[in-house]
Design a protein around this ligand. Structure first.
Ligand code: FES
Ligand code: FES
Length: 135
């Protein structure tokens, strides 16, 4: 209990009730997958997005094999990007995530994982959709 009190309540909520845990179907052309790792600690995050034909993100899921801050960061990230265009989602900075969750400096790299995973998922879906258009 003492340890938990050190965390901002947003962290606790995203930690205890992470949103959007799960997977989307990688085979769908409108689904992008970002798989990233943190060299500092070896934690891994997979974040997936589903976009509509206009490039708006209509769904997002994640699986994070890592620390509580990384799980909270990915949970928050999936909430933030839903409903956004890929352009806007790609502009989300890890510092914004860290601020919202009140992450201490030593946990900044955990939020970096979320920023990297969003960018990687966007890149993946853009590539898949681009390839399909050329068919
Ligand atoms: Fe243990 Fe990230 S590897 S907290
Ligand atoms: Fe590495 Fe959190 S300690 S992602």
């Amino acid at each position: 209990v003492m340890q938990k009190a050190a965390y901002h309540e947003n962290v606790i909520d995203h930690y205890e009730n992470p949103r959007n845990v799960g997977s989307l179907n990688k085979k769908e052309v409108n689904v992008g997958t970002g798989l990233v790792g943190a060299p500092a600690c070896g934690d891994v995050m997979r974040l997936q997005i589903k976009v509509d034909d206009d490039g708006k993100i209509i769904d997002a899921k994640f699986k994070t094999f890592g620390c509580g801050s990384a799980i909270a960061s990915s949970s928050l990230a999936t909430e933030w990007i839903k409903g956004k265009s890929m352009d806007d989602a790609g502009k989300i900075k890890n510092t914004e995530i860290a601020k919202e969750l009140s992450l201490p400096p030593v946990k900044l790299h955990c939020s970096m994982l979320a920023e990297d995973a969003i960018k990687a998922a966007i890149k993946d879906v853009a590539k898949k959709r681009g390839a399909k258009k050329e068919e």
